[in-house]
Design a protein around this ligand. Structure first.
Ligand code: ZN
Length: 243
């Protein structure tokens, strides 16, 4: 039997407290909605952490018991302490999975891991988004149709200033004409990272079953594996007898 995957869903949790419109869509916060659907899955145990908790809810104890972290942030990226970002970064390199959602493209942790500005075009008029699957054999799209439609979303358009993904799983089309690389996989150290575009706070995107399925699949894909312990640095003794 597979080991339980321990997920920490991190959210800055500001829009839901400051805007009635957002509170209506996510009464328990975006983190609450995501943790709820993950906890209905066998083999996944999700807890939540938010910006205004001590150490942003990401204490050493929480970090050491997290296999996969999910990150949603938007208006308060600059309030996330560099010290915590450093710790999360180290955990990713050691093998923790990281799923960065929507406006998390501008989070300190994502920019640190990408090494680029991660800027993009955007427009907020509630237009249709269609996410096309471009890597149908990938575990993140298991059980997903050829495309996913979101009736009303914020538009993100290219160019998205990221390094070329190791694997690109989704490309989005927007009714206004733009396209976007909306499902991007990366390896950093022993860790796996998935950037998934949908999830503007005023639209009920994380209540959509196919979006929940993608995030659930991504958690399973990003979970650490029991790979070899590597030795780095000077290796004075060759494995073979060299004359
Ligand atoms: Zn947004």
């Amino acid at each position: 039997m597979n080991k339980t995957i321990r997920v920490t869903v991190w959210n800055e949790f500001r829009h839901e407290r400051e805007s009635e419109a957002v509170k209506k869509v996510y009464p328990n916060g975006i983190h609450g909605t995501i943790a709820d659907f993950l906890n209905r899955q066998e083999g996944i145990e999700a807890v939540t952490a938010t910006l205004d908790e001590p150490e942003h809810g990401l204490t050493d104890e929480v970090l050491s018991s997290t296999d996969v972290m999910i990150w949603w942030g938007h208006m308060a990226h600059h309030e996330v302490s560099d010290e915590i970002v450093e710790k999360v970064h180290k955990k990713v390199l050691e093998g923790m999975g990281l799923i960065v959602l929507h406006s998390g493209h501008f989070s300190k942790i994502f920019r640190r891991l990408m090494g680029t500005e991660c800027d993009l075009k955007w427009r907020e008029i509630g237009e249709k988004e269609r996410l096309w699957v471009v890597e149908p054999g990938h575990p993140i799209v298991e059980g997903i149709d050829e495309y996913i439609e979101i009736p009303r979303e914020e538009m993100y358009g290219e160019r998205f200033d990221i390094p070329a993904p190791d694997t690109l799983v989704f490309i989005s089309w927007f009714a206004g004409g733009e396209v976007f690389r909306s499902g991007c996989c990366y390896n950093r150290g022993k860790g796996k990272i998935f950037y998934f575009r949908p999830g503007h706070e005023t639209f009920p995107v994380y209540h959509q079953p196919d979006i929940q399925k993608v995030i659930t699949n991504a958690v399973k894909w990003a979970a650490p594996t029991d790979g070899p312990r590597l030795r780095m640095g000077h290796v004075p003794e060759p494995l073979e007898d060299i004359k």
